[in-house]
Design a protein around this ligand. Structure first.
Ligand SMILES: [Zn+2]
Ligand SMILES: [Zn+2]
Length: 301
């Protein structure tokens, strides 16, 4: 049997029946340039029924142990590596990584802390103006990160584009397996609740959340709730509580199917060669206003 005849199947780590936990991994406080004290920020997210939160100040590691007694949320350590180049979120660091100008060196040192991982932040921010925060070339060369921000709330009020799914599709199509993260990047009260990740635990402790993130068992949202993502052989189905349109997107950002519905499915082409050429399927679920939920790519193997 030639490669072109071997049947393909869809591979994802979403589970049918696990419940979802809501969290934000990119948050600033007065420990760097945020407007509010860590206690106030934590109370705000807790009041909005978040399950987990990471305070990720610029080049400062805020120890969550100091705040665990004031919240039921799971607090995950974080740092936004900021000085000397484009920003990289370091999730669950044991210690601060030097902000080397060579960002590959930063990612390599993050990799020496195996419990932690890196996310490339706000690639479509125009900083320094008029250039992209991460150029396409720079992003294509970097390795070792878990994902990129596909939505960053604070860029709504700054130059450039908060959404970076265009950059994501280019990386995925070039063969990089990176997850898409939605974050507030909150600096003020107005920035809270713009975008979040929904993680399939199964449990709400930090280890469980971090391993789900690592496996891509999460989606990002600005307001649409996905209730279930079901993948079996050559079919993927998504169910939401409030989407009005669902789009299935493959290699190079090509929309294969777009349907006005709260739930939808997509079946791979029968021809294995044709199916394999699509490389991945990711799903965008649109709701009212600017609300979207983005699933992780589901690989075609
Ligand atoms: Zn930043
Ligand atoms: Zn930030």
């Amino acid at each position: 049997m030639s490669q072109d005849e071997i049947p393909v199947k869809l591979v994802s780590s979403y589970e049918k029946d696990l419940h979802w936990l809501r969290g934000n991994l990119h948050t600033h406080t007065t420990m760097s340039d945020g407007a509010r004290e860590p206690e106030t920020v934590i109370k705000d997210y807790e009041a909005r029924e978040y399950d987990f939160l990471s305070l990720s100040d610029h080049d400062v590691l805020v120890n969550p142990d100091a705040y665990r007694s004031i919240t039921k949320m799971t607090l995950i350590p974080g740092v936004e590596i900021t000085a000397n180049g484009p920003h990289i979120l370091h999730v669950n660091p044991q210690s601060i990584v030097s902000p080397h100008e060579d960002r590959q060196k930063v990612l390599d040192e993050v990799g020496l802390q195996p419990e932690s991982f890196a996310v490339l932040n706000h690639p479509n921010w125009l900083a320094p103006l008029p250039d992209l925060h991460f150029s396409d070339d720079h992003m294509r060369r970097l390795t070792g990160h878990l994902g990129i921000e596909i939505y960053n709330g604070v860029i709504e009020r700054l130059s450039g584009s908060a959404v970076a799914t265009d950059r994501w599709d280019r990386l995925l199509s070039n063969g990089l397996r990176v997850w898409g993260f939605g974050h507030d990047d909150s600096h003020t009260a107005e920035d809270v609740g713009l975008s979040w990740v929904m993680v399939q635990g199964p449990d709400s402790d930090a280890d469980s959340i971090l391993s789900a993130l690592r496996a891509g068992r999460f989606y990002s949202s600005t307001g649409v709730d996905i209730t279930s993502i079901q993948v079996k052989e050559n079919r993927v189905a998504v169910y939401t509580s409030n989407a009005t349109r669902i789009r299935f997107i493959t290699k190079w950002g090509v929309i294969q199917k777009s349907i006005e519905s709260q739930a939808a499915d997509y079946i791979l082409p029968d021809d294995p060669k044709q199916a394999r050429a699509l490389k991945y399927i990711r799903i965008e679920c649109y709701g009212g206003g600017c609300d979207v939920a983005w699933t992780q790519p589901i690989w075609i193997e």
